[in-house]
Design a protein around this ligand. Structure first.
Ligand code: AMP
Ligand code: GLY
Length: 423
């Protein structure tokens, strides 16, 4: 089978790497890919949101299955457009993906179907929102309704800060139309975890979960990023928590979407807070996480292509999905300045000096002019991943290798998978 993977980050490199292990995969194309995917697949220079061009490329290259990595094409309705054309695609339809693309929709769904989350109120009117926020006690969480490149959530430590955030979203429109509505949410404390399921809208198969580290600096300091590292499984995760997460959050959400006439197929991602009163959903996403995919997919023992085809064909109930007991730790190497402005075009050295079994997933990289030369081309540049019998062993292995890689201004967190973490 020929497969097209849409996206160009380390998540997509991981998807490509995993799919190459499937005996039924003959060729993989990636749009646009990066220097890492170019070693395993054909990169095509097409934007992930140019749906017409993607459909044309899928047809021209006789693609049997298209796999969507990021949320933007889902939000634009890529799954709907491919399905209309009779082309197989692994990814949620536009209406199903609203679970990610509208936080107000997600919240209303959770309330209607009693899916546990943070208490909240939504507003389309700035003055009403202001009045409501003024009456709250800090901390309080302000969320823009739409997609805002991971920057739409502010945990405000004071009410004046919450009011400032509200003004920038609803008055100054820093996120454009994504800020036409806002959610004002109760602040929850606990341990954060990312939960994932495969679903064909009927059968729900839980994956192993992961923890993501969003702030750029050690100790969770500095601005939020797309994610600076992750590990799986979370040290606090066990069969009891797995059961509660599946039965109170993930399965009911898939069922709720079905009942609302938005059958959900693909990967559903729950961003959870494990509070002292049990797990609460903070948000849902319609895709794999990045960098979570980099530590989850290496633990998958079952053929990923078989799972994806089963999702497309509504027969996920026929697949037995198995996971490795090994732990996995991934560290993101980023450009200096990320998540704000940064420079690119620096040569990356040391990629050939790593121990066996260390996985290197590329994100913002591109081929240079010299043979084998790789240059930086984005904020998040690489995710380096190691597996081990324990989280500590995987952590030790990954941090023994990360310092061998160098590029101008390279920055990474030193505290990924340190099990002390968790407020
Ligand atoms: P999101 O972009 O929705 O993943 O949110 C970014 C981060 O904000 C999350 O990873 C949490 O750390 C934090 N967050 C979101 N909602 C809440 C909440 N209700 N209470 C506490 N923290 C939250
Ligand atoms: N790692 C967070 C995300 O993928 O949204």
């Amino acid at each position: 089978m020929k497969v097209l993977v849409i996206g160009g980050g380390a998540r997509e490199h991981t998807l490509v790497w995993k799919l190459t292990q499937s005996p039924r995969v003959s060729e993989i194309f990636v749009t646009p890919g990066n220097a890492g995917t170019a070693q395993l697949a054909y990169n095509l220079d097409i934007s992930p949101t140019d749906i017409e061009a993607l459909a044309q490329a899928a047809r021209d290259n006789r693609i049997d299955l298209t796999v969507v990595g990021p949320e933007a094409p889902l939000a634009e309705g890529i799954a709907d457009q491919f399905l209309i054309r009779g082309m197989a695609i692994f990814g949620a339809t536009k209406k199903a993906a609203e679970i990610e693309t509208s936080k107000v929709f997600a919240k209303e769904l959770m309330q209607k179907y009693n899916i546990p989350g943070a208490g909240s109120a939504s507003f389309a009117d700035y003055n009403q929102a202001k009045e409501y926020v003024s009456q709250q006690t800090a901390p309080v969480v302000i969320k823009a309704d739409g997609l805002a490149a991971g920057k739409g959530v502010t945990v405000a430590e004071t009410i004046p800060q919450a009011l400032d955030t509200l003004a920038s979203i609803m008055e100054a429109k820093v996120f454009g139309a994504a800020g036409d509505q806002v959610l004002v949410e109760e602040y929850l404390s606990g341990r954060e975890m990312s939960a994932f399921v495969f679903t064909d809208a009927h059968t729900v198969v839980t994956m192993v979960p992961a923890c993501d580290y969003k702030p750029v600096f050690d100790g969770d300091l500095g601005p939020n990023t797309g994610g600076m590292g992750s590990y799986s499984p979370p040290y606090f995760y066990g069969p009891d928590l797995a059961q509660v997460v599946a039965e109170t959050i993930m399965r009911p959400t898939v069922k709720a979407l079905y009942e609302e006439g938005r059958p959900y197929k693909g990967v559903l991602y729950g961003g959870l807070m494990i509070t002292k009163n049990g797990p609460r959903a903070l948000e849902f996403n319609a895709r794999f996480g990045d960098p979570e995919a980099q530590v989850i997919l290496p633990r998958l023992k079952t053929d990923l292509l078989e799972i994806m085809i089963a999702v497309v064909d509504n027969r996920l109930d026929k697949i037995n999905v198995e996971w490795s007991q090994y732990a996995c730790v991934g560290v993101v190497l980023a450009s200096a300045g990320y998540p704000d402005s940064y420079q690119t075009g620096f040569p990356i050295s040391g990629l050939d000096d790593l121990d066996d079994n260390i996985l290197v997933f590329h994100a913002g990289t591109r081929a240079g002019t010299g043979t084998g030369q790789v240059l930086t081309s984005g904020g998040r540049v690489l995710t380096i991943v190691a597996m081990g019998k324990t989280i500590a062993e995987a952590r030790e292995k990954v941090y023994a290798n990360v310092p061998r890689i160098h590029f101008e201004g390279v920055h990474y967190r030193q505290d990924i998978a340190l099990t002390k973490r968790g407020k």
